[in-house]
Design a protein around this ligand. Structure first.
Ligand SMILES: Cc1ncc(COP(=O)(O)O)c(C=O)c1O
Length: 358
């Protein structure tokens, strides 16, 4: 027997490892999860009812693809069924994109800081990240267009942007898309689409209709409140969509996830009401923090960005002591999910107790 052990692919060296942890004892006191941009409310009642109905059939595999959901998405978005993508969360679709559309050495342009999955998807494929700094807290679309070179295969665009919450308007986005050569795939991640309600907000599904190089991703994890079930969707023109489906994990979307997503899709009024509550809380929080002398960029999402620079880790630790668990980007800022009114009140009070410069 050889003494050498099997070697993982070298590209994995550049990817952060997940170290398995023993189960953690439950935290004492109340803690508020404000670090993953989850919806603070339980799933919509109609989704909960669908979950319990589908639970009784978990002895059966789901379909290879969630055909019922794909059909409902196609009808709702008024796109052909052949354009619809699905996956176990939109991160599942990112994996399909990496496998289907990237080759070693391809360059992929994306903004930074932006969605943390971007460098992982790119590196996993052996492709080369080309990171373009934000201008202030917003996409620098001019610089991103200029970063496209002969080896560029893909552009990843998170709009509105995670972690800064900022958005560009439809006209600016269209101008950018028009500058991207047709052979370069653009992935437009609209995970926070439902929270971006401005009249000039872009709608990726509309934009994709006459752009065969555009893939649009959305999710049931945020506004729809189904993060725990792992189901995302999107649209792309048929040649790309077919390639992505070839790389999907068969039966990757569970029956429970599919049925809950279907119910949530059909509960538009309940969804809008909940999104309204979250965006109203977002504005209340932003105003209160502004009144404390903090600069908080306008957000088109369900979270706020506090550009605290070198103070971010100290402030994150102070918040954690009060049970407020936020996402720290050390040296840059904090991303704080809009939580329940109770969590938001506690956040305002705790930040109010710190010196305004922090
Ligand atoms: C921009 C963006 N895309 C995708 C996701 C993940 O979505 P999903 O739960 O559908 O995998 C997130 C989650 O935070 C996100 O911020």
């Amino acid at each position: 027997m050889s003494s050498h052990s099997p070697s993982p692919r070298a590209v994995l060296d550049g990817i952060p490892a997940y170290v398995p942890k023993p189960p953690q004892p439950p935290a004492t006191g109340t803690s508020h999860r404000l670090f993953l941009n989850e919806n603070p409310y339980p799933p919509l009642p109609s989704a909960l009812a669908a979950i319990s109905r589908a639970a009784a059939r978990t002895n059966l595999y789901p379909g290879i693809f969630p055909d019922q959901l794909a059909d409902a998405v196609a009808r709702k978005l008024e796109v052909p069924l052949s354009h619809v993508l699905t996956g176990p969360g939109s991160v599942g679709i990112y994996q399909q994109i990496g496998q289907a559309m990237l080759s070693p050495g391809d360059e992929v342009v994306y903004a930074w800081p932006s969605f943390e999955a971007f460098p992982i998807v790119v590196r996993m494929a052996g492709a080369v990240p080309v990171e373009v700094p934000l201008t202030g807290e917003t996409h620098d679309l001019e610089a991103m267009a200029a970063a496209i070179r002969p080896r560029t295969a893909m552009v990843l665009l998170c709009e509105p942007n995670n972690p800064t919450g900022t958005a560009v308007g439809a006209a600016e986005l269209k101008r950018f898309l028009d500058r991207v050569p047709g052979h370069v795939l653009v992935v437009l991640d609209e995970a926070y689409f439902e929270f971006y309600r401005a009249p000039d907000a872009p709608d990726g599904v509309e934009l994709h209709r006459d752009r065969p190089n555009l893939v649009v991703l959305r999710t049931f994890s945020k506004a729809y409140g189904l993060a725990g079930l792992r189901v995302g969707y999107g649209v792309a023109h048929p040649e790309i969509a077919e390639a992505l489906r070839k790389c999907a994990v068969p039966c990757g979307v569970s029956r429970i996830a599919e049925q809950a997503a279907l119910a949530a899709l059909n509960a538009e009024d309940e969804l809008l009401e909940q999104v309204g509550r979250i965006t109203a809380e977002r504005e209340r929080l932003r105003e209160a923090l502004g009144a404390q002398g903090r600069r908080v960029p306008p957000s088109a999402t369900n979270f706020l960005w506090l550009p605290l620079g070198k103070d971010s880790s100290t402030v994150a630790a102070a918040l954690e002591q009060r049970g407020l668990l936020v996402r720290d980007f050390p040296g840059t800022g904090l991303r704080i999910t809009v939580g329940s009114p109770e969590a938001n009140d506690l956040l305002i009070a705790t930040l109010g107790g710190l010196t305004p410069a922090r």
